[in-house]
Design a protein around this ligand. Structure first.
Ligand code: ATP
Ligand code: MG
Length: 209
């Protein structure tokens, strides 16, 4: 019998994309036997208003460069093509239309993002439309996550999984800071992305942090 399609959705600003994102997506793909993981670079993320986010074209191309060697990874331009702020709920709805109602969606986030889910637009509807997978991330206390996940489960009675991924204390913020200070970023992200950053002189300005 043909089983339903299982898609992972990995949303992020990817400014820049790094091995933390890639390891997480691959671990979740393996754990839930996903058919593919679609990376969705955010257009104008409403929660990142404090600093200037790098041009979406750059973030999209870096995401393509980073994922190119994995046959199970794809990149979608669905959010960067949308005008105005982009919200996860609209993205998931568009994917549902595209792939049909039988498709199962696994929305992948780091544990830090899961702690914020309830502040997202139409959180309850979103939680009903897809499974959530919270990947543990260094620096986020395990207990706090479990408490928060229980709270969400009790409130909405929906499915949220927790997955432990090989610990990687890598963040885009740290990478941007390193570039601005002229420190190395080698081995924190794929080499083509490192070269892309150099080629276009990204993150040199202090205001990019
Ligand atoms: P920034 O420092 O600018 O916030 P970031 O490294 O957190 O960047 P985002 O693009 O904000 O990257 O994150 C996209 C998703 O990836 C989020 O769900 C985030 O929790 C998750 N994520 C980021 N870094 C890691 C990591 N090292 N391990 C696991 N998940 C991660
Ligand atoms: Mg982040």
């Amino acid at each position: 019998m043909k089983r339903e399609l299982r898609l992972g959705i990995m949303g992020g600003t990817f400014d820049p994309i790094h091995y933390g994102h890639l390891v997480t997506a691959e671990a979740v793909r393996d754990e839930f036997k996903l058919d593919k993981v679609i990376f969705v670079p955010a257009g104008n993320p409403p929660h990142k208003v404090k600093r200037k986010v790098t041009d979406k074209k750059h973030r999209y191309l870096m995401t393509i460069l980073a994922t190119i060697t994995n046959p199970f990874f794809e990149v979608s331009s669905i959010e960067i093509e949308r005008e105005g702020y982009t919200y996860t709920i609209d993205t998931i709805k568009e994917f549902k239309k595209l792939y049909g109602d039988e498709t199962l969606f696994y929305f992948i986030t780091g544990a830090d993002a899961v702690l914020e889910i309830l502040t997202w637009k139409n959180a309850d509807e979103l939680l009903r439309l897809c499974y959530f997978v919270a990947a543990t991330r260094p620096g986020i206390e395990g207990n706090k996550i479990d408490q928060e996940l229980d709270k969400i489960r009790n409130l909405y009675g929906n499915v949220i999984y927790k997955v432990t991924v090989p610990s990687l204390a890598i963040s885009s913020t740290d990478i941007r800071e390193r570039v601005a200070k002229g420190r190395p970023i080698k081995y924190l992200l794929p080499e083509p992305v490192e070269r892309y950053i150099q080629k276009y002189g990204l993150y040199k300005e202090d205001d990019s942090i």
